[in-house]
Design a protein around this ligand. Structure first.
Ligand code: PHB
Length: 391
């Protein structure tokens, strides 16, 4: 009896509070960020959070009357789906977040996708780039890129620019498989030939055995996809040490290899690498100038890169979606609101494809050069309005 009445008064108190909130000031809008903040991919989380926070700093922390709250969960190592899923579940159940966001690596996004459907939460991918991810839940929208999208342009460019024989090397997980498949397809359609291929473990630190084999095969170029960061630095170290560049073998690939965060660690060996990608900090536009200047001011020790833009644009997408729904993150309303959304990102003009919920954007062909004493990806050609060819 006593317990019952306590329960009743508790329920009244709770309902009372809820209705007072919905009648008066709107509740905060909670965004649960699942990103690696420690471990081997800690820089990914830092860069994405830098971008997301910079967007809030530049655009205010209230949208459609709702105060934006970011709640961050470190899903290190970023490649263990069960860890990411458990943390996303905590965000939904304990923190009662309205939107799930972040997701640096594919295994993390893939493991959380079913939860976005079951828990009815919009899920905004700010990096993970395997093509199929957006097909895993109707509540997913992606603000970053896909591997096939960033691979096809360099394959076509290489075939047109005298590269005939290529050996491919990719990391053995789904973004690597995506990239390898798209390269073969686009490069052979444009008249090139893949003369060898190898998939390497994501934990590879010494690339020498693979590089020896590649050298013996005498390709015109190596096509490479490794997730940005240490793998890229280690690959480049081996490439120099094993004399592949002296043997005249070129390097091509999507721009993850020459990400600005790792360019300084790679050093001058990166000069002359041709690659295709959706974002370069040196991109010439007023939007990018304002963005990179604000970034440098906010984070003077970090070089801005594609992960930062993923976080920044992911937040823009959330803000614009909420403006259109009047502050509701109900997945049907929110996803409907962001379909077809267009804006000018620091990377250039972009659009959310209403059919796939993936981003349509310009993919640039770039070459690494030293500009003003600094290694940079210099854009010199482009494929505008380029959709993910992987679906
Ligand atoms: C991914 O796991 O989807 C991923 C990670 C790093 C990249 C690209 C894709 O540079």
């Amino acid at each position: 009896m006593k317990i019952n009445s306590i329960c009743r008064s508790l329920a009244i108190a709770l309902f009372g509070t809820a209705s007072a909130l919905s009648a008066g000031a709107a509740e905060p809008l909670k965004i649960g960020m699942v990103v690696p903040m420690s471990g081997p991919f800690a820089t990914y989380g830092k860069e994405m959070m830098n971008g997301a926070k910079l967007y809030i700093a530049r655009n205010g922390d209230t949208v459609a009357g709702r105060k934006i709250e970011l709640i961050v969960k470190d899903d290190a190592p970023g490649t263990a789906g069960d860890v990411s899923k458990r943390l996303a579940q905590e965000l939904v159940v304990k923190e009662k977040v309205d939107i799930l966001a972040g997701f640096a690596l594919t295994p993390s996004a893939a493991a959380v996708a079913p939860l976005a459907t079951e828990a009815r939460k919009p899920m905004v991918i700010m990096n993970a780039a395997t093509s199929m991810l957006t097909t895993k839940s109707n509540n997913i929208v992606r603000a970053s890129f896909t591997l096939p999208q960033n691979t096809a342009p360099i394959a076509i460019w290489a075939a047109k620019n005298g590269i005939r024989k290529v050996y491919t090397l990719v990391v053995d997980y789904s973004p690597g498989h995506d990239s390898e498949a798209q390269f073969k397809k686009s490069f052979s359609a444009a008249g090139g030939e893949v003369i060898g291929e190898v998939r390497v473990p994501i934990k590879t630190t010494d690339f020498s055995p693979y590089l020896e084999k590649i050298k013996e095969a005498k390709p015109d170029a190596v096509f490479i996809f490794v997730p940005a960061g240490d793998l890229a630095v280690n690959f480049m170290k081996g490439f120099q040490e094993r004399g592949l560049s002296k043997a005249g073998i070129k390097i091509i690939g999507p721009g993850d290899l020459t990400d600005e965060e790792s360019l300084d660690a790679i050093g001058d060996a990166a000069i002359g690498i041709y690659n295709s990608f959706h974002y370069a900090p040196g991109h010439k536009s007023p939007e990018n100038k304002a963005f990179t200047e604000a970034y440098a001011k906010a984070y003077p020790n970090d070089r801005v890169n594609f992960m930062a833009v993923g976080g920044y644009d992911g937040m823009h997408l959330i803000y614009e979606g909420l403006k259109k729904t009047g502050g509701s993150a109900e997945p049907e309303k929110f996803i409907d609101a962001v379909k077809g959304l267009k804006w000018v990102s620091p990377r250039g003009p972009v659009m959310i494809d209403p059919a796939t919920r993936d981003i349509v954007q310009t993919v640039y062909i770039r070459k690494v050069e030293k500009v003003g004493g600094k290694l940079q990806n210099v854009e010199f050609d482009q494929m505008p309005d380029f959709k993910d060819p992987g679906k």
